[in-house]
Design a protein around this ligand. Structure first.
Ligand SMILES: [Zn+2]
Length: 332
């Protein structure tokens, strides 16, 4: 899918055709579509009947292979965690936490073999690295060798929202392309076309990044369920931890942190920062909390947040937090 707001970036990139650098660094904040831009441009470069404005034809053999994920002159380098995220095989989703979120050095070595043989279609060969900052320093150094002496007609597209995590020697090999936040009206229009109600509110929550807004929207029902449960001193522990398990652990810890922050702020200063509508119940729950205990609960959450990337057992992790929360609001 080519998002409306990256079409102009794609057209700009298309002007590079004929004088393509070996490597482009496609950077921008999370959720603005830099990966989708890189993939669209990769398909354009490989397309055998491209239009001049960055559009690929979607009909030629190259486009067909690309869309099936089988173009012989294309490689996508990404962490195991992101592989197969579109297919719904139960096996694959059973334990996503165990999958690596790093691009491994072995993957870069495989790539070197791919680069050492000729291209299949006598055109370009394209490699997308996503996100490039998922490579540790030794892996980046391994990739650097290929960036320094690339075979002819090879294009690397390094995608990242954290370019500072890349070696300066990698950055200096790449021509940098910035993808910015789209115009809010254009982004809201696109969100509406995805059946999102109230796109402006979500877009504000997502810091103007439309794909983040879409993700927030998907997790909104779970967040609402959790807030209802947090409002109820007799809430069901299992059901509340289910609400947390519906999203990435770090996201659910963030919800709990904002909730606890507001309880303390309401207790000490009489105002909430995140939960503004009266039906969200902060004042009534805050009245039940001892401020010192609320503060220590908040500190515990900050610690939990640093573990939330990889809790050993997410269910126990959240049940433990929620038991402490129940003690906090049970005092009355
Ligand atoms: Zn094509």
């Amino acid at each position: 899918m080519v998002f409306t707001w990256i079409e102009s970036s794609l057209a700009q990139l298309a002007e590079l055709r004929g004088r393509l650098p070996h490597a482009l660094l496609v950077r921008g904040p999370d959720g603005v579509g830099q990966f989708e831009l890189a993939m669209a441009f990769a398909q354009f470069v490989l397309c055998e009947q491209p239009a001049s404005d960055g559009r690929y034809c979607q009909r030629c053999a190259a486009c067909t292979w690309f869309e099936q994920g089988s173009h012989p002159d294309f490689r996508l380098l990404q962490p195991e965690r992101l592989m197969g995220e579109d297919d719904d095989e139960g096996e694959a989703t059973a334990d996503p936490k165990k999958k690596s979120d790093q691009i491994k050095i072995a993957q870069v070595r495989d790539l070197q073999r791919f680069l050492s043989v000729g291209t299949h279609r006598a055109g370009f060969r394209v490699i997308v690295v996503r996100p490039a900052d998922a490579m540790n320093i030794p892996t980046q150094n391994a990739l650097l060798k290929s960036l320094e002496e690339p075979p002819p007609e090879t294009l690397f597209l390094l995608v990242t929202s954290s370019p500072h995590k890349l070696l300066p020697t990698i950055r200096s090999r790449c021509q940098s392309i910035a993808v910015g936040r789209p115009d809010p009206d254009q982004a809201a229009q696109w969100l509406e076309s995805q059946n999102i109600d109230n796109p402006m509110r979500l877009l504000a929550l997502a810091g103007g990044a439309p794909l983040r807004a879409l993700l927030l929207n998907e997790s909104e029902p779970a967040r609402r369920r959790l807030l209802e449960q947090l409002n109820d001193p007799g809430f069901d522990l299992i059901a509340a931890s289910e609400s947390c398990l519906a999203v990435e652990p770090a996201v659910a810890v963030g919800w709990l942190q904002r909730w606890a922050y507001d309880l303390l702020s309401q207790r000490l200063a009489g105002l909430s920062r995140y939960h503004l509508t009266p039906d969200q119940g902060i004042p009534a729950v805050a009245a039940r909390c001892d401020p010192a205990k609320a503060a220590s609960f908040l500190r515990m959450l900050a610690k939990a947040n640093s573990l939330a990337q990889h809790p050993l057992n997410p269910r126990l992790f959240f049940e433990d937090i929620l038991i402490q929360y129940r003690a906090l609001i049970a005092d009355g």
